[in-house]
Design a protein. Structure first.
Length: 131
């Protein structure tokens, strides 16, 4: 004779039910994309030569969230052609870039706002302007 009363779920069946509620959402989210891709170029331009050129020196791009506490930032170095790429969580960011000068100082690009979506691609061009 069974110890379990008719109409009641056995403890081992409860375990399976509870585990399925915990495991199924986890397994479903494993394939979910949780970041977006931001890529683009940092270019130099001036009034004398309006054709934009990639920086000749070290250049760094930084993404700072426009919402929230803003303590978390993401950054990447731009390549010799001025290209950069970042994989960051969805949200709205201010993208900035700085490039080294001959005198050892840093010139800043005009900031651009970018909205990043999960699994999406956002392209941005940042310009360092010279008179």
């Amino acid at each position: 004779m069974s110890r379990y009363k008719p109409g009641r779920l056995r403890p081992d069946i409860w375990l399976v039910v509870v585990a399925s509620f915990l495991v199924v959402p986890f397994l479903t989210s494993c394939g979910a994309v949780t970041t977006g891709h931001v890529s683009g170029f940092v270019l130099l331009r001036s009034g004398i030569d309006p054709i934009a050129q990639p920086p000749e020196r070290e250049t760094k791009v930084t993404a700072t969230p426009t919402e929230g506490d803003g303590h978390q930032t993401w950054s990447a170095k731009a390549g010799s052609d001025g290209s950069f790429a970042l994989d960051i969580p969805p949200g709205t960011y201010e993208l900035t870039a700085v490039t080294a000068t001959q005198s050892g100082e840093w010139d800043q690009a005009t900031p651009e706002e970018a909205t990043v979506t999960a699994g999406g691609l956002t392209q941005v061009t940042l310009y360092v302007n010279y008179p």
